[in-house]
Unconditional design. Structure first.
Lengths: 121, 613, 196
């Protein structure tokens, strides 16, 4: 990276191993399929039948996993984090960790507060 | 990395727009040093307003059942006092030093985005003026600086007061976020050759961590304010219990911001003290690495303790315990810093000058404030302390005894570099003693008042409860404290009349800002510096075998500087108009908001397509 | 590397352009903005004292289509950037135009969705679901709209021939913002529409 310190950004990218349009299209198709899977999981979980009964209790983690995977694909490939400086990944990942902590903490605090207030603990 | 002494085609050499005077040059300035002075002057004026508000409060509380202030006016004054001191006082005073000194200390010519820097200042000024304009409507914010729901709902606060608060803070938030992106990028990307992260001055490190806190905390209060604004303006029910909402959500969101905010207020102060102590002890900072990591740890952990402001809300024992443990834990890295400051002083050859006095005052006052803080960390103890004057004592010890003492120390320390004149030592010491005595007389008795049962946020108290004497002492103390600032102002005036002949390095400093003339030339460094150690200037003096020759002012021809620009202030006006139009949506309608948005975009496009400079 | 290019992109400590560091810093900050809105939505889920409820009113097929549009728009802008960086003006203009079209359709879908919901009796003031739904998706939609305006601006500079490879960073920055807006939707879509 430092050997390109003075190069304009366009030249810098050309000098790196650069995924071609083909890879981007493939990832686009994967993202589309994953979205389809998300919707399918949702539909099946809310249908009567054995598969629906199996899927219903785990549908939330399944959806979260699928969306996390899509998130990672867009971040790593479309946003170029896989090839770029690790500093940029850090700039994204660290706030994401704090964001996740905030979301999880608030949900936990409110559930706990709700159940504690109603003497359910 | 090459130097910038080479002439670049298509850019205006520094000599062509030599430092101009006149109001237009200040309105269009993109020079970080000028922007720093603008922040400092505005913040100091707002600080004086906040101080005046405090003195009025103290007059009211000086005797029981006083009628100097009505309850309504009291509520407005204590709300504005807190909001002003935090958002318009300490934060922009810190920003003044970020602006002036971060580029100098890292050996840069300016910040990463000079126009964005100017924009941040103008938005701050407009936000501060907007907040204070509420007084003209007799509707200054009156819900406390923390605006707890559902007191701040339209039902219980029907007037404009809270609207001013919500909108004013949103405007200020834009300023802080823009500045944080700017300074973060500057520190990451514009350091001089050889200045690795672990060679940066401590003020730069602590300020850098502060920017990270700003970036992560301000969005949360932005959302809280949006939710409250929607409740008040559009009839949503985010904080209305009868419709399923929960006022506690406000408290959580506010304090997820609010706790990192107090570290935003104190970390720059820590940084200033870590700069001054080594210089005035004539030895390096004790435990540099520990100071860096403790700062990082404090910031990180600061995101995990917010509900210690909510111990009395009935969160449940598990939640209480988790937050209590985190709060107690955070005392450890703080303690490390205090020991390292003492370790810096120990064995040093102390220059007993005004900056050092204020730093010694900082250490003592901050220890007291920290101790009371740790006492709040225990939920059962806090059940007595919370909402009492014991808390008021704590936060004034850390914010005034801590942040303000350090900021004043920084002012005395850096005044020669900024203005080419040394503030008077004699007057400085008078200022110090009056401030120390006045401060302690005002706030120390509050520990006892609180434990004896005087609640916070009350406009008066009955006679016969034993509160009278201490309140009277505090009121007298506050007058002495106020007077000490008159001494400071007098010092500034007297100093301004002297010739600007301060040397580049009056204190035998260790860091790069002392290597250039006082005040610096517009381009900062004639040649971009290269560093090989944490104390580059001491290293140079050692190599030179003694004090360095006084740096000469040079022409600066061929050094590229960004052009001044009018668009930051226009865009800032655009931002303010958008928020004000939202506040007035029921009068001017969506079309008013649309017009303001168009104005904002006009400023943005003019800025974006301005010829490069 | 010309002197002019050197002056426009002075050397930096990390070798990265300041604007690239800045946009990622801003994106990091925005994560907390959306995290707070998502938290509010989740905390209030199921606490309504009156309907309509998500079950009754959300239209999965329409929104799935919108989601696909946004995903493809991310692909298209990457292709456009590829065109910009390699000096392929046709590719740049075609795919940047397609990105903008997808973005406009997404916003259009949301506007239609909001109008439909209001017609069905769900306003911000109706219940907690209405309040938190409109706030969360509305702010996301506002971010999309700003992204569209930004991309249109870059598109116009490209049409004018002012986006050569040396200036591709301008598109890259806009594209990063656009991808972020897409990524936020990747989280919002299942959380709001697929989790009951």
């Amino acid at each position: 990276m430092d050997s390109h310190a003075a190069a304009p950004q366009g030249h810098e990218d050309a000098a790196h191993a650069h995924p071609g349009p083909g890879l981007y299209v493939k990832i686009g198709i994967v993202l589309f399929v994953l979205t389809g899977l998300e919707v399918a999981a949702y539909e099946i979980a809310h249908r009567p039948g054995a598969l629906g009964a199996f899927l219903k209790p785990i549908v939330v983690p399944v959806l979260l996993l699928l969306s996390a995977f899509k998130f990672a694909l867009v971040a790593m490939f479309y946003m170029h984090l896989k090839q770029d400086s690790k500093l940029l990944s850090g700039l994204f990942v660290f706030p994401l960790i704090i964001a996740t902590v905030v979301i999880v903490s608030l949900i936990a605090l409110f559930i706990y507060h709700y159940t504690y207030q109603r003497g359910m603990l | 990395m090459s130097t910038s002494a080479v002439s670049h085609p298509g850019h205006v050499p520094a000599a062509a727009h030599a430092e101009k005077t006149g109001i237009w040059s200040w309105i269009t300035t993109v020079d970080h040093k000028r922007i720093g002075v603008l922040y400092g002057a505005s913040a100091f004026l707002f600080f004086l307003i906040g101080g005046l508000e405090a003195l009025l409060l103290r007059i009211q509380l000086g005797s029981p059942e006083n009628t100097f202030l009505s309850p309504e006016l009291y509520n407005q004054l204590f709300t504005m006092h807190g909001t002003t001191m935090i958002f318009l006082g300490i934060m922009p005073l810190s920003a003044a030093f970020f602006n002036f000194f971060i580029p100098l200390m890292i050996g840069a010519r300016d910040v990463a985005f000079p126009r964005l820097n100017a924009f941040s200042f103008w938005v701050f000024l407009l936000g501060g003026l907007f907040l204070n304009s509420s007084f003209l409507f007799g509707a200054a914010p009156n819900g406390g600086w923390f605006g707890y729901a559902n007191l701040t709902s339209r039902q219980y606060s029907p007037g404009l007061n809270i609207d001013f608060w919500v909108i004013g803070l949103q405007i200020l938030g834009v300023s802080s976020l823009a500045a944080a992106v700017n300074f973060f990028t500057t520190v990451v990307n514009m350091r001089a050759k050889g200045m690795k992260l672990m060679r940066m001055p401590m003020f730069v490190w602590m300020s850098f961590i502060t920017q990270v806190l700003l970036l992560l905390a301000f969005p949360v209060i932005t959302v809280a304010l949006i939710l409250l604004m929607f409740d008040r303006l559009f009839g949503t029910m985010f904080f209305t219990a009868s419709l399923g909402g929960d006022p506690l959500l406000w408290q959580h969101l506010f304090w997820i911001f609010g706790h990192p905010e107090v570290y935003i207020l104190i970390l720059p102060a820590f940084g200033i003290v870590s700069e001054i102590l080594p210089v005035f002890s004539r030895k390096p900072l004790f435990g540099y690495a520990a100071m860096v990591f403790s700062g990082v740890f404090i910031a990180f952990l600061g995101f995990g303790v917010w509900s210690h402001h909510m111990f009395a809300t009935g969160m449940g024992p598990i939640a209480d315990t988790v937050f209590a443990l985190g709060t107690m834990l955070i005392a450890i890295p703080t303690g490390v810093k205090i020991f390292n400051w003492i370790g810096t002083l120990a064995g040093g050859s102390l220059q007993m000058k005004t900056p050092l006095y204020f730093c010694l005052g900082f250490i003592a006052m901050f220890i007291i404030g920290g101790l009371s803080g740790v006492m709040h960390a225990s939920p059962p103890a806090d059940l007595q302390q919370t909402d009492s004057y014991f808390i008021v004592a704590h936060f004034h010890y850390v914010m005034f005894g801590g942040s303000m003492f350090a900021l004043v120390a920084g002012a005395y320390y850096w005044w020669p570099k900024m203005f080419g004149r040394m503030l008077s030592e004699g007057l400085g010491k008078v200022h110090f003693w009056l401030m120390l005595i006045g401060f302690n007389l005002t706030f120390f008795p509050m520990h006892f008042l609180g434990l004896h049962g005087m609640p916070r946020r009350v406009y008066t108290y009955p006679a016969g409860l034993g509160f009278e004497t201490m309140n009277m002492i505090e009121t007298v103390g506050s007058m002495i404290l106020g007077f000490s600032f008159l001494v400071f102002i007098y010092n500034m005036i007297v100093t301004a009349r002297r010739p600007a002949d301060a040397p580049a390095d009056p204190w035998n400093g260790a860091t790069l800002e002392w290597s250039i003339p006082s005040p610096p030339q517009e381009f900062n460094f004639a040649d971009e510096p290269e560093v090989h150690s944490r104390d580059p200037l001491w290293e140079r003096k050692r190599a030179h075998g003694g004090p360095l020759p006084e740096p000469q002012r040079v022409s600066g021809a061929g050094i590229h500087l960004p052009n001044p620009s009018f668009w930051p202030i226009v865009t800032a006006l655009g931002v303010a108009s958008v928020f004000i139009s939202i506040m007035m949506v029921h009068t001017i309608g969506p079309i008013g908001i649309a017009a303001a948005v168009l104005f904002f975009f006009f400023g943005v496009f003019k800025w974006a397509f301005e010829p490069a400079g | 590397m010309t002197d002019h290019a050197h002056a426009l992109h002075p050397p930096t400590t990390t070798g990265l352009d300041n604007r690239k560091v800045a946009i990622w810093t801003f994106i990091g900050s925005e994560c907390l903005f959306f995290a707070s809105l998502i938290s509010t939505y989740l905390v209030y889920k199921g606490r309504d004292t009156r309907g309509p409820t998500p079950d009754e009113i959300l239209q999965i097929p329409l929104v799935t289509f919108g989601t696909a549009l946004l995903l493809f728009s991310s692909l298209f802008v990457v292709l456009a950037l590829n065109g910009a960086q390699s000096g392929n003006r046709k590719r740049l203009i075609l795919w940047l135009g397609m990105t903008i079209v997808c973005g406009l359709f997404f916003v259009g879908m949301q506007v239609y969705e909001f109008q439909h919901f209001v017609h069905e009796g769900l306003k911000m003031q109706t219940n907690l679901f209405g309040a938190s739904f409109y706030t969360l998706t509305g702010f996301h939609g506002t971010h999309v709209t700003i992204g569209v305006i930004w991309l249109i601006t870059v598109f116009i500079t490209a049409l004018r021939g002012k986006l050569p490879p040396e200036r591709a960073l301008n598109l890259e920055i806009a594209a990063l913002y656009w991808h972020f807006v897409d990524v936020v939707w990747i989280v919002i879509f299942p959380v709001v529409y697929l989790m009951k």
